[in-house]
Design a protein around this ligand. Structure first.
Ligand SMILES: Nc1ncnc2c1ncn2[C@@H]1O[C@H](COP(=O)(O)OP(=O)(O)O)[C@@H](O)[C@H]1O
Ligand SMILES: [Mg+2]
Length: 362
């Protein structure tokens, strides 16, 4: 009996080592130790450090091929806290800025859809609208008539919509006042949104940054304990040169840029499916090559994006198999995966993360 239980334990740990090694290969991970695996007989529980829903079926069948068809695989998330320029805020594991060199390129639409895609894959996600020039997250979430409650008169409760916790400068001031804000006022408001919001436990807080690379944006970036950033651009030369300034700003601040989103990349005719590159071609690809940054997504110009955004609805949830939903899901997965590659796990955070309750997904 004794011998039997010992051999079983050995084989469990062998399975675990093998699963981790296969996962490392599947995801080309340089840090396979971030995958955690618990084996109980045929049951294999995998704790992923990044979202993987978009490819879970493929991963499961690859593992079944390698380890045997009778094994049962379940996935959970245990997202680590990665190091940032400043200590993490309570309850927020990682903060990712969505930024653009100029306005109107689809930064807010990208931020909201990425947040929805991350949530759809099972992560706990919040969105902070820090765009003092044009807070549009409330409209995109359909929460423009709401104001955060403050039961204790000190902290605000975030507004919940589509499973996202949100707070916005737009909930606090009328939008026509927001654009005339000066630096110190903007900083104060951002600080309030960050520190006085009672965020629930979040794996990722997505921040819709104000467009541009001026003093206000720089100060805000320094104020936030940012883990990483994503830069949104259109393929136009003008937008691209501004995006390059954005990349340079994050480099200067030592904040890893996880990749580029090329928005309004092309228009596909609904009838003949011919693609027209309205704002030019391969612009973001050149930028991606120049700075060695991954292209996270090429999002087409498609009225459905604006329609859902204007109506405060979630395309990702309502039409999860739409091409555009799939593009955002893939980008969300890649962002969290690259975060694991680019950022260091905080040692203290690793302890905290393991004590944090874990989300079971299936
Ligand atoms: N790929 C796209 N296709 C169609 N409309 C888009 C797309 N991206 C953004 N939009 C719409 O264009 C407008 C500007 O986008 P927005 O995200 O508000 O830009 P920014 O935050 O950069 O100023 C919004 O009405 C938005 O819904
Ligand atoms: Mg915006």
């Amino acid at each position: 009996m004794k011998f039997f239980s010992r051999s079983k334990a050995t084989s469990s740990s062998q399975i675990s080592v093998s699963v981790i090694s296969h996962l490392g290969k599947i995801f080309h991970s340089t840090k396979p130790e971030l995958f955690q695996v618990k084996v109980n007989d045929k049951q294999v529980d995998i704790y992923f450090p990044f979202v993987i829903d978009a490819v879970w079926d493929e991963v499961k069948s690859t593992l079944a091929q390698k380890l045997g068809p009778d094994m049962v695989f379940s996935k959970y998330y245990n997202v680590p806290i990665f190091s940032a320029q400043k200590p993490p805020l309570p309850n927020i594991k990682n903060i990712i800025a969505v930024s653009s060199g100029k306005g109107g390129v689809g930064k807010s639409a990208s931020a909201v859809n990425l947040a929805l895609a991350l949530k759809r894959q099972g992560a706990r996600v919040g969105i902070l609208d820090a765009d003092i020039y044009g807070p549009s997250v409330p409209i995109m979430l359909g929460t423009q008539n709401e104001n955060p409650n403050s039961p204790d008169n000190k902290t605000m409760l975030p507004i919940m919509a589509h499973g996202l916790a949100s707070n916005s400068i737009g909930y606090l001031v009328k939008s026509d006042h927001a654009s005339i804000w000066r630096g110190p006022m903007a900083s104060k408001a951002l600080n309030q949104l960050l520190t006085q919001t009672k965020w629930p436990m979040l794996d990722y807080l997505i921040v819709d940054m104000p467009p541009g690379t001026g003093d206000i944006q720089l100060t805000m970036c320094q104020q936030l304990p940012l883990t990483a950033a994503v830069v949104v651009t259109t393929p136009q030369d003008l937008a691209l040169s501004d995006a390059a300034k954005g990349i340079a700003m994050f480099e200067k601040l030592n904040i890893p840029v996880l990749g580029l989103i090329e928005n309004m990349s092309y228009f596909e005719c609904g009838h003949c499916h011919k693609r027209t590159t309205i704002f030019g071609e391969k612009g973001a690809q050149k930028l991606s090559d120049k700075y060695a940054l991954p292209m996270l997504a090429k999002v087409p110009l498609n009225p459905i994006i604006r329609e859902y955004a204007d109506a405060g609805r979630s395309l990702i949830d309502e039409q999860s198999d739409h091409d555009i939903s799939i593009i955002y899901q893939q980008a969300a997965m890649d962002i969290t995966r690259y975060l694991c590659e680019e950022a260091e796990v905080l040692p203290v955070a690793a302890n905290m993360a393991s004590s944090i309750e874990i989300t079971k997904l299936d």
